[in-house]
Design a protein around this ligand. Structure first.
Ligand code: C5P
Length: 301
């Protein structure tokens, strides 16, 4: 199950419409991102969180992807004021999902092969998996006056991308706990869960600024030219997998055992400060139905 937050306004991009609806090489970012998820072959259902006033447009754009011939049903719900509100709406629309991939529509050129790698790691037993790249710049922390307060060791830093993969019950529990973070993995880290970083891909960059948009248009032209080579950077060239430490106030975790994690007790580092969770349903509990004509805030699974 993939959740696609696509309800951002994209102020930094400076376009007249919300970012996910801005075309890249003639195709809206949203459809590019959805087509990447479908092409990965590892997603069985997609829920998009779109701006409330653009739900019909999103359905129109994605219409042919929900024909019976399409193996991956697509639903659209109303997003919220913050990205977390949009993801929360998507989570609510998929009560029987066993795993979630949360993927920004703004990462429109994400290679399907990277999406498949995230899911493979998730299915090997990791409760939370995120792609990340080494950072090229030195990163400094600063105070409100602009004075430097620290320089973290760049070698241990990763720039984190999407899709981020989660045991579904873990993500539900992290959202229910009402904590704040700038990405979904940050929420589950704060919740005390083990998060694994696998190599990301430069093509999964988030289209944020006009320069990003120009770069994406150029890359898409190259990608869609028949004789062009696969531009994906080999995984071994970008980063080795690393594990993100839990929040420092939490006790050391047990490594997750192999096999699917449907029981929240298996991914939480400490059970003393988090709510108990019920066992997630299995994949067989998810009915393979779609109702793309469903009303604004509803999906069929
Ligand atoms: O704004 P930013 O680029 O960080 O947004 C990342 C993703 O989250 C985008 O795909 C955007 O559409 C989505 N988003 C959302 N709801 C919001 C804000 C952002 O779905 N309220």
């Amino acid at each position: 199950m993939a959740l696609v937050p696509a309800a951002g306004r994209g102020v930094r991009l400076g376009e007249s419409k919300p970012k996910a609806f801005v075309p890249v090489g003639g195709r809206p970012m949203l459809t590019l991102a959805i087509d990447g998820l479908i092409a990965s072959g590892v997603v069985d259902h997609i829920v998009i969180a779109a701006p409330a006033e653009l739900i019909d447009e999103a359905r129109f754009l994605l219409g042919h992807r929900v024909e019976p011939a399409c193996p991956v049903p697509v639903s659209v719900v109303a997003g919220g004021a913050e990205r977390t509100d949009s993801v929360r709406a998507g989570i609510a629309a998929a009560p029987r999902a066993t795993h979630f991939l949360v993927h920004d529509a703004a990462r429109a050129l994400t290679p399907p092969s990277m999406i498949a790698r995230v899911v493979a790691e998730l299915k090997s037993g990791c409760p939370a998996v995120v792609p990340g790249l080494p950072v090229a710049d030195t990163i400094k922390s600063v105070d409100a006056d602009g004075d430097v307060t620290g320089t973290p060791d760049r070698a241990v830093l990763r720039a984190i991308q999407t899709p981020q993969g989660f045991d579904a019950q873990l993500l539900r529990d992290a959202y229910a706990a009402g904590m704040h973070a700038t990405d979904d993995a940050g929420l589950v880290e704060a919740f005390g869960a083990h998060v694994r970083v696998i190599p990301g891909d430069p093509l999964a960059f988030k289209i944020t600024t006009p320069l990003d948009l120009r770069l994406a248009c150029t890359l898409l032209t190259v990608r869609d030219t028949p004789e062009s080579a696969d531009e994906t950077v080999p995984a071994q060239d970008v980063a080795a997998p690393v594990d993100i430490p839990a929040a420092s106030h939490l006790p050391a975790p047990a490594k997750p055992s192999a096999g699917p994690h449907n029981d929240s007790a298996s991914y939480v580092r400490s059970s003393s400060n988090v709510p108990a969770s019920s066992k997630a349903p299995s994949a067989s509990d998810v009915p393979p139905t779609t109702d793309f004509s469903a009303s604004t805030n509803t999906v069929t699974r």
